[in-house]
Ligand binder design. Structure first.
Ligand code: IPE
Ligand code: IPE
Ligand code: MG
Length: 248
């Protein structure tokens, strides 16, 4: 089945005029979900992949323009090989399995992060799905893969320094726009809403620059248990917040 934009925001008591343009999610708690069931952590990641499908679907239904999911951080490479390999295998299967759904629902896939570090099979699947969906304009799904906010800022700083040294950029004219245009999220509006599951109250190196004025929601729910209903209720709570951006 496919959904038509702008979706059924009204049916969920959401105000279609106050929808966040961009929602970012730190999908945390797969390991603890598995441990509580005396299962291998990998089972938790598999269950988490189901939640990804559910939340992508809900996001498209309510008419979000951008959804960014933190799937693997630069620090996550330090996990045991077996877990990293399982996550990479899962990611490859996810990409292969979702292409048809993404096409059917007019969703474009993009990736941010050091994708060059990903195994060949994942890289190939990512390139395949990214290019197959590049003309879709219903929603943009951004996967943060081998992503780190500090790494992104360091790369940006290097690029600025090189441009200035080459005489292509006047250092005195660098402003927030100059910086934003050189991040991996160039052209993507900053997240309005950031959600982190699993009860941890930290950012873990996610979108450091971009979340300057994001509304943040933490929930104790572990990612595999995160439901469409809870997602919609967070969207609804977001709509009741007053965003001030430093003004009165
Ligand atoms: C999030 O779940 C998935 C990734 C970071 C890849 P975790 O694997 O971090 O789960 P916990 O935090 O150990 O429960
Ligand atoms: C953040 O979760 C990264 C992702 C969700 C991909 P982690 O589980 O890696 O973060 P920490 O270690 O609890 O800060
Ligand atoms: Mg975690």
């Amino acid at each position: 089945m496919s959904f038509s934009s702008p979706g059924n925001a009204a049916a969920e008591n959401l105000d279609p005029h106050r929808m966040p343009l961009h929602v970012a999610v730190i999908m945390d708690g797969n390991g603890r979900w598995a441990r509580r069931r005396l299962l291998n952590r990998i089972r938790g990641h598999e269950a988490g992949a189901e939640t990804v499908r559910r939340i992508v679907r809900a996001s498209r239904e309510v008419g979000l323009a951008y959804l960014t999911l933190y799937a693997f951080s630069t620090e996550n490479w330090q996990r045991p090989n077996a877990e990293v390999n399982a996550l990479m295998g899962l990611l490859e299967r996810f990409l292969d399995g979702e292409q048809a759904q993404l096409m059917e629902n007019n969703i474009r896939l993009r990736a941010i992060g050091q994708t060059g570090r990903l195994p060949g099979g994942v890289k190939a699947a990512l390139e395949r799905v990214t290019s197959a969906t590049s003309a879709n304009d219903g929603m943009t799904l951004i996967l943060a893969l081998s992503y780190g906010g500090r790494d992104e800022i360091v790369t940006m700083a290097k690029n600025l320094a090189q441009e200035a040294a080459a005489g292509r950029l006047d250092a005195d004219r660098i402003d927030a726009r100059t910086v934003a245009d050189r991040l991996e999220t160039a052209g993507i509006p900053d997240p309005d809403l950031l959600i982190r599951t699993s009860g941890e109250m930290r950012i873990s190196n996610f979108l450091l620059w971009q979340i300057a004025y994001a509304e943040i929601f933490f929930t104790d729910t572990l990612w595999p248990d995160f439901s469409r209903q809870e997602f919609l209720s967070i969207l609804s709570a977001y709509q009741r917040r007053e965003r001030r951006f430093g003004r009165v």
